[in-house]
Design a protein around this ligand. Structure first.
Ligand code: ZN
Ligand code: ZN
Length: 730
């Protein structure tokens, strides 16, 4: 048994993770972890949200939130999205936690006391016009390396070069656009030069690293390591733990890498685990997964920090950084943009379909392109057409003709050959994953499945029925052994569908608790199979593109989940209530004509859907700041019933959308509707714009023969009372 630590680059809590990052550094470690767990190794996989630094403060200013609010908001969004994708961590935490702060300060202080950090003066930018200092990202300019304009002062997004804002061409203040002044200021520096020799020795035996990682690292070492400033003049972050300098904050990159160690310690504090078995154990192997822009932090800066802090700690064994996965394709991508967020793509497609295609275009050795046309093609022809097809053919044929795993008769040469291929291929797949060649491993899975399809076609067991039942049974027994081998070896890649398959095979427990060796163990004959369903659906991107008009129109609304906190009768109107509604960040007064339909007590504490970007209007002398949505059928009225959290946006509506008038709102066609098999059942059967599995009565926004089901994070919006489909929402 081996002990393996997997460190995964910390996503900034300043926006949702995009799919380029998923291919770069979030999916690979998950495949690696799942495989090693199946091999019986003990794995500790840690990461979390990087909540400090100017990336977060800049976004907070743009969104009108405090840095803490922004950091918490995106931590929640990203941890949920990673979970939905099936990426599992031993602990996915955040840098605001106390253990992290304590460990980060201790490392800073220890390195300072040991003479690896010193105080020096440097030139930083100050904007006279705004009256504030401008740390890294607050300065915009042109990249001195590649010429890209309007880049941020810490690192070029285009070419990945790490920058000092001073080196930008034509530097400008992010806020006012004025040219800022350089002023002298005192900062702390990590004396990387102290570690030049040790780092050269450290990479001596790293010839198994990816070429681009090793070359990049050697390049830095060859140029000679320069001391790097690791403090900033800003309010948000972890204070420098040196007396008299507490106003300064530790540079976000310096503390973020410490997160690997602090999270391991936190994991120990919260579980039965012992972090030292992973960190103070020469046999434990440490792997760090990240995008290429983060290479020097993990091959130079972090090892140097570890060496200087405590030389008993394990250093990175491998840093299998990926290159960039860009979003492209032809015209189809234009309306979708060049950035696709993980939460968005998981709205439209199943997580295993996303995992499949992203693995197939994983930028393991060179930059790659995520293309929508190719995504559709690979899902339909490979995942559905090859793997899903083989598995479903075998299962459904066996289920309807035998109902159980048939007994094999005598094997012929062809059968023996298939068994041999299963053995060879599963071994090869395991080797590919071990060597961090994830694309190669998945391709081998598809090869094995292709061989399965061919075997099944050639043997044509349907021709043996009903007379030669034993021959058909043998073919199916062998085919099922292949299906089981696929189930085990594809489990690290396609965890959700393989779990379903494990269940169709009537196997105990979860596929993810099985050993890798299980791939070669035949199913017990006589095992009753469960009725199988196809594992994957085909997709049609073009249809979805056409639908974007309706998606765009929903974005004009800011529909929020609110909670009624108070209900009073309107002093000047018989039918109106005056209510107070909590919509998360604020409380609003809403006037609603619900008195004939709801008792006051019935309404209190109810969760409702609020149109929060409606221009305020006076209703009989009282200002209503928005409206609550209800469905009406004759003399019956029902409030809409959300399930998500207060303050949350209805999916597809836009937080902070521009104000609209009541007349504008009336242009939207909202109706109650019955959904069946993903379609809206009405006079004209309407196609859903987004895939949905909802069955029952919900609310839809309708336009030109298309419909969007209104959903929140917990599912479809339903109704408080029984109302027929086709009723208007008002
Ligand atoms: Zn300024
Ligand atoms: Zn550049």
């Amino acid at each position: 048994m081996k002990r393996i630590l997997i460190g995964v680059a910390w996503p900034y809590a300043n926006g949702p993770i995009h799919i380029g990052q998923v291919g770069g550094c979030y999916l690979p470690p998950d495949i690696f972890r799942r495989y090693h767990e199946m091999k019986g190794n003990e794995v500790l996989m840690v990461s979390g949200s990087d909540q400090h630094g100017t990336p977060v403060t800049v976004t907070a200013e743009e969104e009108g939130l405090t840095p803490k609010e922004t950091a918490e908001k995106y931590h929640k969004i990203n941890s949920q999205a990673l979970k939905r994708l099936g990426v599992r961590f031993s602990l996915f935490t955040y840098t605001m936690n106390e253990t992290h702060k304590r460990v980060a300060k201790d490392i800073f202080k220890t390195l300072y006391e040991k003479g690896h950090i010193n105080l020096n003066s440097m030139e930083t930018f100050y904007c006279e016009n705004c009256g504030r200092s401008l740390p890294d990202r607050y300065v915009l300019g042109t990249c001195p390396e590649c010429g890209q304009e309007e880049i941020k002062g810490d690192q070029c997004d285009e070419c990945g070069t790490l920058l000092d804002p001073k080196n930008l061409k034509e530097p400008k203040c992010m806020h006012c656009g004025e040219t800022p002044d350089l002023i002298e200021s005192e900062h702390f520096f990590l004396k990387l030069s102290n570690f030049q020799k040790l780092l050269e020795e450290y990479i001596e035996d790293k010839d198994y690293w990816k070429n681009h990682v090793l070359n990049f690292t050697k390049g830095w070492l060859k140029e000679g390591l320069e001391d790097r400033p690791i403090s900033r003049d800003m309010e948000w972050g972890i204070s420098v733990p040196i007396e008299g300098y507490e106003e300064k904050k530790i540079y976000v990159w310096f503390e973020a890498v410490i997160g690997y160690l602090s999270t391991s310690i936190k994991w120990s504090e919260e579980s039965e685990g012992d972090w030292t078995k992973f960190w103070k154990n020469p046999d434990a192997e440490h792997y760090y997964f990240l995008g290429k822009d983060n290479i020097p932090f993990h091959t130079i800066i972090w090892p140097a920090m570890l060496m200087g802090y405590d030389n008993e700690l394990n250093l990175p064994y491998d840093v299998p950084a990926n290159q960039y996965m860009r979003i492209g394709g032809q015209q189809l991508s234009t309306s979708r943009g060049t950035i696709v967020s993980l939460p968005d793509i998981l709205e439209d497609f199943s997580s295993d379909a996303v995992r499949y295609y992203i693995t197939m275009v994983m930028p393991e050795t060179k930059d790659t392109n995520f293309a929508w046309e190719e995504f559709e093609d690979k899902i339909n022809s490979e995942l559905v057409g090859n793997l899903g097809n083989f598995i479903h053919r075998v299962l459904s044929f066996t289920y309807s003709n035998f109902g159980e795993v048939p007994k094999p008769g005598e094997l012929d040469e062809r059968d023996e050959k298939v068994l041999k291929r299963i053995e060879e291929k599963t071994k090869e797949i395991g080797k590919s994953i071990e060597n961090r060649k994830f694309k190669e491993g998945l391709k081998k899975i598809m090869e094995l499945s292709r061989e399965g399809n061919k075997y099944f076609n050639d043997k044509a067991p349907w021709e043996n029925l009903p007379e030669e039942k034993e021959i058909a049974g043998t073919t199916l027994n062998i085919s099922l052994r292949l299906v089981k081998a696929l189930c085990v070896s594809a489990a690290p890649y396609l965890p959700h569908s393989m779990e379903n398959l494990w269940n169709y095979l009537s196997q105990e427990g979860s596929i993810h608790e099985q050993r890798w060796e299980e791939a070669l163990i035949p199913l017990d004959t006589g095992t009753q199979l469960k009725e199988p369903k196809p594992l994957y659906d085909t997709i049609n991107i073009e249809d979805m593109e056409e639908d974007s008009k309706l998606v765009e129109s929903l974005k004009r609304l800011d529909l929020k989940i609110g909670k009624i906190t108070k209900v009073k009768e309107h002093p000047n109107a018989d039918k109106l209530y005056v209510t107070r509604v909590d919509i998360g960040k604020e409380e609003r007064t809403l006037v609603a004509g619900l008195k004939p339909y709801y008792d006051k007590e019935e309404m209190e504490d109810k969760k409702i859907v609020v149109v929060s970007n409606l221009e305020p209007a006076k209703l009989r002398g009282i200002k209503s700041e928005g409206m609550m949505l209800a469905a009406q059928e004759g003399d019956k009225v029902s409030l809409l019933k959300p399930k998500g959290d207060v303050g949350e946006n209805i999916k597809g509506s836009k937080d902070g959308a521009d104000m609209i008038s009541f007349k504008d709102f009336q242009q939207f066609d909202f109706r109650t509707a019955v959904w069946e098999n993903g379609n809206m059942i009405s006079k004209e059967k309407l196609k859903p714009v987004k895939s949905n599995n909802f069955e029952g009565i919900s609310v839809a926004l309708i336009d030109e023969g298309k419909a969007i089901l209104l959903k929140d994070s917990k599912g479809a919006i339903t109704l408080d009372k029984e109302i027929s489909p086709g009723s208007e929402i008002m």
